[in-house]
Ligand binder design. Sequence first.
Ligand SMILES: NC(=O)c1ccc[n+]([C@@H]2O[C@H](COP(=O)([O-])OP(=O)(O)OC[C@H]3O[C@@H](n4cnc5c(N)ncnc54)[C@H](OP(=O)(O)O)[C@@H]3O)[C@@H](O)[C@H]2O)c1
Length: 154
Amino acid sequence: MASGASHVVNATSDDVVQKLSTSGASSKKYVLITGGNAGIGYAAAQLFLSKKADICQYDVTIVGRSLERLNEAKLKLETTITPDNSNVIHIGLCDISSKLSVDTFIKEFKLNKIDYLINNAGVWLTEYTTSPESHLEMTFATNHLGKNILISSC
Ligand SMILES: NC(=O)c1ccc[n+]([C@@H]2O[C@H](COP(=O)([O-])OP(=O)(O)OC[C@H]3O[C@@H](n4cnc5c(N)ncnc54)[C@H](OP(=O)(O)O)[C@@H]3O)[C@@H](O)[C@H]2O)c1
């Protein structure tokens, strides 16, 4: 480091955490994870929820098509997260291959509050099927339709 760099401050990570927690920088971050009840999306939810909530609280919503699978995943996340963790988790019922379902979800969920959108849900279907609503091929409808509506709504 060049000598004379007047902006250099000697601070440890503890100093930074202390500074942030007393500076009013504490805030809540809203996270939406499509396909958050299984696989990679579930692992992403675990990562956010396991962060210490003293500097920034994470409000995580996992999205999927089955209330039963979502509730099961929520319960599992709540029981595996350390008791002192004040991050919160919600579930969102939405089929991202359906424009109608995504539009309804956006209206009910006030998506403009989302800080991190994890567009994870996706399928790779080997059989050719079409969405009854849009008549789009299902892999395309699932992997592209809802994702793009969500992006443009955030
Ligand atoms: N795993 C891999 O090796 C791999 C490789 C390349 C790419 N990817 C991509 O990474 C993403 C996650 O993969 P994964 O292996 O974790 O998948 P996964 O275990 O099959 O989980 C898929 C998740 O997406 C949800 N989902 C599927 N269709 C949906 C829909 N129409 N609306 C809402 N939610 C829907 C599922 O929930 P419900 O079924 O309950 O709705 C589930 O939570 C996918 O987009 C996949 O294509 C994965």
